[in-house]
Design a protein around this ligand. Structure first.
Ligand code: C2E
Ligand code: MG
Ligand code: MG
Ligand code: MG
Length: 283
């Protein structure tokens, strides 16, 4: 069967490949345009503390309003940006846009919550990364504790010595560091011992089946214990149901992010949410 249709399916495959690479190239050049013409937009997903049910912080998630394609999700454009090195420009844009936003809130008398920014591996390797972070903060006269940077294990593992140096510099400067998608990368636990990391984000793939799979439950429990023992903060990503929340609370998890509480939202909605909170402590 495979042999008989081999010729056709190969041609079909080749056509598909060509269409895909055509689309990548188009998106890549559109992305350069997008950076200059305000097509990128910050969305905010609240991170909630159980004891106060307050929004204590939020993750910034990038959205692309493409003039013809509509909303392109980051799962599509970030990987393309990562291959083309455009990602460093995008991350720099996000960093600056976030700092600018925090400054606007402060000027308007709104106490902002800490915002977590995703940093790609490529940006993390950028030798000018630390100075870019410092520059963005100082340009808008912000102290370092207004932001948190999310880095994946993959970015650390690529070059451990470089990672250690970057994290030390950022840590000394007062920027908080979170490990995103914890448990899904090539992970040596040794780095937790020696690097100034503040927070582990339990990946949503473990949370998804927490109430169904004993294995996933065990993994999450171990991560919660590990972070407690090491004095790290911990947040569960992708919490979607009351059952998941109940389970996590019982196991001692205190901070949550997920559709059960809030979906990522545009600035106007997030600002409304912020101002509806009586007082917010940046914990
Ligand atoms: P991430 O950093 O792990 O972000 C969490 C993703 O999970 C977000 O997807 C968020 O919308 C989604 N999510 C949150 N709660 C739930 C839930 O309860 N259920 C489910 N099913 N999903 C949930 P999003 O916004 O599509 O972003 C995908 C990825 O794209 C991010 O994963 C991050 O790796 C990357 N990304 C997004 N914005 C940026 C950015 O500004 N810079 C960089 N370098 N990467 C970004
Ligand atoms: Mg993230
Ligand atoms: Mg994540
Ligand atoms: Mg689920």
């Amino acid at each position: 069967q495979a042999k008989r249709s081999g010729g056709n399916s190969f041609r079909f495959y080749a056509q598909e490949m060509q269409a895909a690479s055509q689309q990548r190239m188009e998106l890549e050049s559109d992305m350069r345009q997008a950076l200059e013409s305000d097509q990128f937009q910050l969305y905010f997903q609240p991170q909630v503390r159980m004891d106060s049910s307050h929004v204590q912080s939020a993750e910034v998630l990038l959205r692309w309003n493409h003039p013809e394609r509509g909303l392109v999700p980051p799962g599509v454009f970030i990987p393309i940006a990562e291959e083309s090195l455009l990602i460093a420009d995008i991350d720099a844009w996000v960093l600056r846009a976030v700092c600018k936003q925090i400054r606007q809130w402060l000027n308007a008398g709104i106490e902002p919550v800490r915002l977590a920014i995703n940093i790609s591996a490529a940006q993390f390797q950028n030798p000018r990364f630390v100075s870019l972070v410092k520059l963005s903060l100082s340009q808008f006269e912000l102290s370092a504790d207004h932001i948190e940077l999310e880095i994946t294990e993959g970015a650390l593992i690529d070059n451990l010595e470089h990672a250690r140096q970057v994290l030390n510099e950022l840590g000394e400067f007062g920027v908080r560091l979170a490990i995103d998608d914890f448990g899904t990368g090539y992970c040596s636990l040794a780095y937790l011992k020696t690097m100034p990391i503040d927070k582990l984000k339990i990946d949503q793939s473990f949370i998804r089946d927490i109430t169904l799979s004993a294995r996933d439950a065990a993994i999450v429990e171990v991560i919660l214990q590990l972070s407690k023992q090491l004095g790290l903060r911990c947040i569960a990503e992708g919490v979607e149901t009351q059952e998941e929340l109940d389970w996590l609370v019982e196991k001692g998890c205190e901070v949550f992010q997920g559709y059960f509480f809030h979906r990522p939202m545009p600035l106007a909605d997030f600002a409304k949410l912020l101002s509806s909170q009586v007082s917010i402590n940046r914990v």
